[in-house]
Design a protein around this ligand. Structure first.
Ligand SMILES: Cc1ncc(COP(=O)(O)O)c(C=O)c1O
Length: 548
């Protein structure tokens, strides 16, 4: 809370001098005039007062603030932060300036306002706070106020993401089968990972419908206890064949496949050191953390640095290199062959995530490793059935022994319900279709190239990638969100802002995903809309190709 006041240029002058916040509040020319039940007044004043701007940013609901009915947003804030004073404050501050009412509880408020951000709350101070609350309560009050105190952690954490402009708002983008990339009537989706439109492909839909008629809805259990059906077995065989490996293992999704596989491999190889690319996906990092293995992080795609790190270890010491083929936010491609050469030289296993490449690259859609003729050199390949294959699920493909060991030891595989038959049947149809049909892959690549060319020609800051990923750089989380909102409101175009932690702070962006079902006309309209948006927001154009 004190952090909040410190942001006000007026208050920040006083907070150091005096510990009495209430006195300082009454000196503030803004606060002494403000009538918090008058929205119009707040709106006109927030243009001038940096403090009220801050309040408005923190309270996305302020425009809907209904004065008396909902109470003042400030006192609501107090109520969340300091439960035991809320009874006195909130009840009396319905229509009046909450700053005056703080005076009612002078001292007490001052003591507790200075709540540090969630990560730095000293455990002891919090437990004192909680226990003193519990002790001072009558039996009938018990439970609720103490529970509200725990809420502080959550409201602080939420304030933090709101203040940093990266509070995530989920848009309802219900897909309409057969209409993709259109959704919600005329809105065009430009950020879906259904890269090829397989989520509505007739072959996939028919397989799903038949599986539902045949087997019903759920799988009925874990793979070990009544949950395995013929579609699991066929799909695992199909994926092993796709990647030229002996076996495959299905998971609920590739996030859990990565976590379970990495942590289990570490568990089974004593002393294994992991070498991880700096831009690896959260699921790979989670797997590495969960494993608690010794790890080294090499600079993104930097073979020289990787070798430096590998060479620190005894040649005989067990090692595994973990990396991706297509990095989904920047569109870079892992140097697979170079990594395999180093793995051979330093006696390391290789674990590659081909999530953004399966279905999309290679003769039969097995990914970049297939395209580059190096699939046989990789030890473990992970992939998803939810992006280019358009359905759901994740998997790993590898040798019989590795797959069987993960199957036998990974809690994330053993103790969870198997994928439903409809999902596995749909994914099976999709994998089979894309093994033989190349038209989707070819059109996809052509569309991505065309879009990048159009964006460049119009001076929009697109990253020059060699893949289907089209990142359009903005570099500010709040701007990114505002521009995304504007695109939807004005042009009926949906592109979700990509903010930290998905990308580093300062590299916020749109990530455009053209697909074979986006028409040329849609593409032109997108670029026209983006140009207008760039001009409206006063952003420079013609600054050449962007850099991360
Ligand atoms: C590189 C990478 N690996 C793994 C995953 C997780 O895949 P899934 O969506 O199947 O859980 C993602 C998801 O976006 C990803 O980008």
């Amino acid at each position: 809370m004190m952090e909040f006041f410190k942001k006000c240029p007026f208050f920040s002058k006083y907070t150091k001098e005096s510990s009495n916040l209430i006195q300082n509040i009454s000196k503030c020319p803004f606060a002494s005039q403000a009538n918090f039940s008058n929205q119009n007044q707040i709106r006109s004043m927030h243009n001038e007062c940096p403090f009220i701007k801050q309040i408005k940013r923190n309270y996305s609901t302020l425009p809907e603030f209904k004065g008396e009915k909902e109470g003042c947003p400030f006192s609501n804030f107090i109520r969340n932060k300091i439960p035991e004073v809320s009874v006195q404050v909130v009840a009396e501050t319905k229509n009046v300036c909450p700053f005056k009412h703080l005076a009612v509880v002078q001292g007490k408020v001052e003591e507790q306002l200075d709540i540090p951000p969630p990560t730095s709350i000293p455990k002891s101070s919090l437990s004192n706070q909680i226990s003193s609350l519990v002790e001072t309560q009558t039996p009938t009050q018990k439970k609720t106020p103490a529970k509200e105190t725990y809420e502080i952690f959550f409201s602080n954490a939420l304030d933090k993401v709101r203040n940093e402009g990266r509070y995530r708002v989920f848009r309802n983008m219900t897909r309409q089968c057969g209409q993709y990339p259109k959704t919600h009537g005329e809105t065009i989706v430009w950020c879906s990972n259904d890269y090829l439109g397989m989520g509505q492909h007739p072959v996939v839909l028919q397989a799903i419908q038949e599986a539902v008629s045949q087997c019903g809805a759920g799988s009925g259990g874990t793979r070990n206890i009544a949950g395995t059906n013929k579609f699991h077995l066929k799909l695992e065989a199909e994926l092993a064949d796709l990647h030229g490996k002996e076996s495959s293992l299905l998971f609920a999704n590739c996030y859990s496949a990565n976590v379970a596989a990495i942590s289990t491999i570490v568990q089974l190889i004593p002393g294994l050191t992991l070498f991880s690319d700096a831009k690896n996906h959260a699921s790979l990092i989670d797997g590495i953390r969960t494993s608690r293995a010794n790890k080294e992080v090499f600079k993104h795609n930097d073979l020289k640095h990787l070798e430096e790190l590998l060479s620190k270890y005894d040649k005989k010491a067990p090692k595994m290199i973990i990396f991706e083929s297509v990095y989904s936010m920047d569109g870079t491609v892992g140097p697979i062959e170079g990594i395999c050469d180093l793995a051979q030289k330093y006696n390391a296993l290789t674990f590659i995530d081909e999530v953004h490449a399966v279905g999309l690259y290679g003769e039969r859609g097995a990914g970049i490793a297939e395209r580059d003729g190096v699939m046989h050199r990789l030890d473990i390949i992970s992939g998803t059935l939810a992006k280019a294959f358009g359905v759901y699920g994740g998997y790993i493909s590898s040798s019989n022994n590795i797959i069987d060991a993960v199957r036998s030891y990974a809690p994330g595989f053993i103790f969870t319900t198997a994928l439903p038959p409809s999902v596995t049947a749909g994914a099976l149809a999709s994998v089979r279709h894309l093994k033989s049909s190349k038209i989707e892959r070819q059109t996809h690549q052509r569309k991505a190239k065309e879009l990048k060319k159009l964006l460049k020609e119009n001076g929009l800051p697109v990253l020059d990638t060699s893949t289907h990923i089209v990142p359009l750089m903005i570099g500010d989380p709040i701007l990114c969100k505002k521009m995304s909102d504007r695109l939807l409101e004005k042009f009926n175009i949906y592109v979700q802002p990509i903010n930290y932690p998905t990308v580093p702070v300062g590299t916020e962006r749109f990530r455009l995903t053209p697909s074979p079902v986006h028409t040329d006309e849609m593409m032109r309209s997108l670029v026209v809309a983006l140009c207008q948006l760039w001009d409206e927001f006063g952003l420079p154009r013609n600054r050449g190709v962007a850099a991360v």
